[in-house]
Write a protein that binds this ligand. Structure first.
Ligand code: ATP
Ligand code: MG
Length: 313
């Protein structure tokens, strides 16, 4: 079988890269053996984004993650909000080492994973660390390679992203097989969700987005958000929006933030908890599961094909 390692080796040869791996961590130097073959079941990698700040990306990621664990999924969260990391705060876990230590070469990615509530695993970031877009090429490749090396240990990986649609967000979206947008009924959120789709379509050729409407006052209001977004997306971008469902506006969410506990744990019978549970089931059992892109392949191809490498520069 023509596995991913073979592809990477060929791409490297084609690129005639001059032994750039001399100082790289073992996983990358020996990627021929470190990269699992594609016939193993790859985890679902889902990037959670949305454009506008404060729409609920982080809380949705944390609570969805817990729901996945309860459905028997080995679940990993990655805090991709490298500038203002806060998944560890929301989950109330202590992070002694973070992605920062991986990027500086001091630790392997698997060594910074912490265990949160109910066995949910987290790769924390530290506030103030450089954005992914500010990392060197080698650091980006090392990070992607190490993420991919974890693939046998998890069924599902959720990546929380910062607000905006910076290169940082584009990078995380490119490394995932699915992009979930979180939007609220506010017009500014709709505009930002649309802008996010447009940029990810243009930069990553992302053509399908999954939508979670957060903080809606009713199912009808949430459905209207979906209808508006999907119709403009189809008309102006030719991209498809799949509706996953909604998490209602709910006091228990704010209370749980103050209490530093995920709301599905603290307020299991609240409307928000019911909403996120049914979203988790929708994602696991009903929504389309696209083929994994093969993160390293995706980046290597861009790198060696001479395409404009905005994500890598
Ligand atoms: N369903 C909800 N009902 C009520 N309040 C909510 C709900 N979801 C989120 N919030 C409120 O919105 C705040 C922001 O949520 P969160 O931190 O998850 O947003 P974010 O999109 O990750 O923000 P940022 O862009 O800054 O990373 C929460 O602290 C909470 O008070
Ligand atoms: Mg956030």
């Amino acid at each position: 079988m023509f596995d991913q390692a073979t592809t990477l080796r060929r791409l490297m040869e084609e690129a005639r890269l001059p032994a750039p791996f001399a100082g790289a961590p073992a996983t990358l130097r020996s990627f021929g053996s470190a990269v699992p073959s594609t016939d193993k079941k790859a985890p679902r990698v889902i990037t959670v984004t949305g454009g506008k700040g404060g729409v609920g990306k982080t809380l949705t990621t944390a609570n969805l993650g817990l729901c996945f664990v309860r459905e028997g999924m080995r679940t990993l969260l990655i805090d991709g909000d490298l500038g203002l990391a806060n998944l560890d705060v929301v989950l109330n876990v202590r992070a002694d080492s973070t992605l920062d230590d991986v990027l500086s070469g001091e630790r392997e990615l698997k060594d910074v994973i912490v265990t949160g509530p109910e066995g949910l695993r987290l790769i924390p970031a530290s506030s103030g660390m450089p954005k992914v877009s500010e990392l060197g090429k080698m650091q980006k490749l090392v990070l992607l390679d190490q993420i991919e090396c974890l693939q046998d240990d998890f069924d599902i990986v959720l990546i929380d992203t910062p607000a905006g649609v910076s290169k940082n967000v584009q990078y995380w979206a490119a490394s995932a097989s699915e992009v979930v947008l979180v939007a609220t009924p506010e017009p500014t959120s709709l505009a930002d969700a649309y802008a996010t789709m447009k940029v990810l379509f243009q930069t990553n050729n992302e053509t399908v987005f999954k939508l979670i409407v957060n903080m809606a006052k009713s199912d009808e209001e949430a459905l209207r958000v979906y209808e508006r977004l999907s119709s403009v997306a189809a008309e102006y971008l030719q991209v498809k929006v799949d509706y996953l469902g909604n998490i209602p506006l709910c006091d228990s969410v704010r209370n749980s933030v103050r209490e530093r506990a995920p709301y599905v744990q603290r307020y299991p019978f609240s409307a928000a908890s019911r909403g996120v549970r049914s979203l988790a089931r929708e994602i696991l059992f009903n929504s389309d599961r696209p083929q994994p892109k093969g993160t390293m392949q995706f980046f290597w191809k861009r790198l060696v094909s001479g395409q404009h490498n905005e994500l890598m520069s």
